[in-house]
Write a protein that binds this ligand. Structure first.
Ligand SMILES: [Zn+2]
Length: 408
């Protein structure tokens, strides 16, 4: 039996059976409960009925994909791992840069530590933007379904993935991008026998379809079938989400948006402040870069206290933090957030200038995330807790703790 390992001050026992940790992107709990109620997710149904573990957890803030995927694989909040969004403003250069490069990662991952300890590790993610961060310093298999046709033994630890799975490489805007991950995961579990697997899907469906709709139920039914197969193969399965998802539009289907840069330009002068929307990434078609979280950088001559008050009074704004307050209360790295951090209400998003958002790709009324209203996520397992759940504030980044330390 291999000795427990300690990563970022948390200790993990060695696995006794294969562990599959699944991050279902944008999985508001209601997607699962509605699919179960509709009778199309029997595996989830058994977990919810008590055969496994069913907890509600808080994700890390902001409720975005990259910060939370990195929290799950490091076991710590962004204040420690450093990935505070998809984008940040580099204070040294004044440039907005994507944070998908491992040089922005400030701690090691549980996956890398397990692989160092001799575990066979496999990571499959939907979008390639996450692959390098998740696979940082990790030996083993690591690839994205987006680029599954380009995998090589040298770069990804595996080859011929498309032929093995027998599915074509899916479009980046499709449910199939996530299905490919599960199909490939089953293939690897049967043929390569990894000790640990981390699967991270995309929220394309959740951005488009509300819980309980035919589209959503079909997606969760697909996931349910694959999870049941992992279960039949004897794996311990932990399922959580990077963030939830909510409707952010009015009754007419138009997105509710506070165009912050327009407001600030009007209040303190054109382009004096700089609004950064860390949801922005190269794949914005399904959300138009609109979420419920924004950062503002302001020059020193601006009275920030007064400005925060003024922003807080705007209808649709939920909370306004100073940099120090946000670092402390939202567990964020102070050097990678703005002077002001803003969270909008559940039904409202925060934009930059109206003219800078291309909303032509929004084929259906906007659903998005980023705020505290998308912080509650499921934390499920196919085996029962060995401790009382107690009053603990469960986090989605307890997923490995749960899978390795706290269940049968
Ligand atoms: Zn996400």
């Amino acid at each position: 039996m291999t000795a427990p390992i300690t990563v970022n001050n948390r200790t993990y026992r060695w696995m006794t059976r294969p562990l599959v940790v699944v991050c279902l992107d944008g999985c508001q709990f209601e997607y699962i409960s509605a699919a179960v109620a509709a009778g199309c997710a029997p595996f989830f149904g058994r977990i919810l009925a008590g055969s496994g573990t069913c907890l509600m957890a808080d994700c890390a803030m902001p409720s975005f994909t990259n910060p939370n995927n990195l929290s799950i694989v490091t076991g710590v909040p962004p204040s420690l791992h450093g990935i505070s969004g998809n984008y940040f403003l580099d204070p040294q250069t004044g440039d907005e840069v994507m944070m998908n490069d491992p040089r922005y990662l400030r701690v090691g991952t549980i996956l890398a530590a397990l692989s160092d300890g001799g575990a066979k590790v496999a990571v499959i993610t939907a979008k390639d933007k996450l692959r390098k961060l998740l696979g940082h310093k990790m030996k083993g298999i690591c690839f994205s379904s987006e680029k599954a046709d380009q995998v090589t033994l040298g770069e990804n630890g595996i080859e011929g993935m498309v032929e093995r799975v027998g599915m074509p490489v899916p479009s980046v805007y499709s449910a199939a991008l996530s299905e490919f991950i599960f199909a490939a995961g089953i293939q690897l579990m049967e043929r390569e026998h990894p000790d640990v697997m981390y699967l991270s899907t995309t929220d394309y469906i959740q951005h488009k379809a509300a819980p309980g709709t035919a589209t959503a139920n079909e997606f969760y039914s697909m996931i349910d079938r694959y999870l049941a197969r992992f279960d039949a193969l004897g794996a311990t399965i932990v399922v959580t989400a990077d963030h939830g998802m909510n409707a952010k539009h009015n009754a007419g289907g138009e997105p509710n948006v506070i165009y912050l840069q327009d407001l600030l330009d009007e209040w303190i002068g054109a382009a004096k402040s700089r609004v950064i929307l860390p949801i922005t990434d190269p794949y914005v078609v399904h959300h138009g870069a609109l979420g419920s979280y924004a950062l503002v950088y302001v020059p020193e001559d601006v009275d920030q206290t007064a400005l925060r008050k003024r922003i807080a009074a705007v209808d649709g704004v939920e909370t306004v933090f100073s940099r120090a307050e946000a670092a402390l209360q939202l567990e964020l790295p102070p050097d990678r957030i703005g002077d002001i951090v803003i969270i909008s209400r559940q039904d409202t998003t925060l934009g930059s200038n109206r003219s800078r958002h291309d909303l032509s790709g929004l084929e259906v009324p906007l659903r998005s995330h980023g705020g505290s209203s998308e912080q509650k996520v499921p934390l499920l397992a196919n085996r029962r807790l060995t401790i009382p759940p107690g009053n603990r504030r469960w986090r989605n980044f307890d997923a490995f703790d749960l899978g390795l330390n706290l269940i049968d």
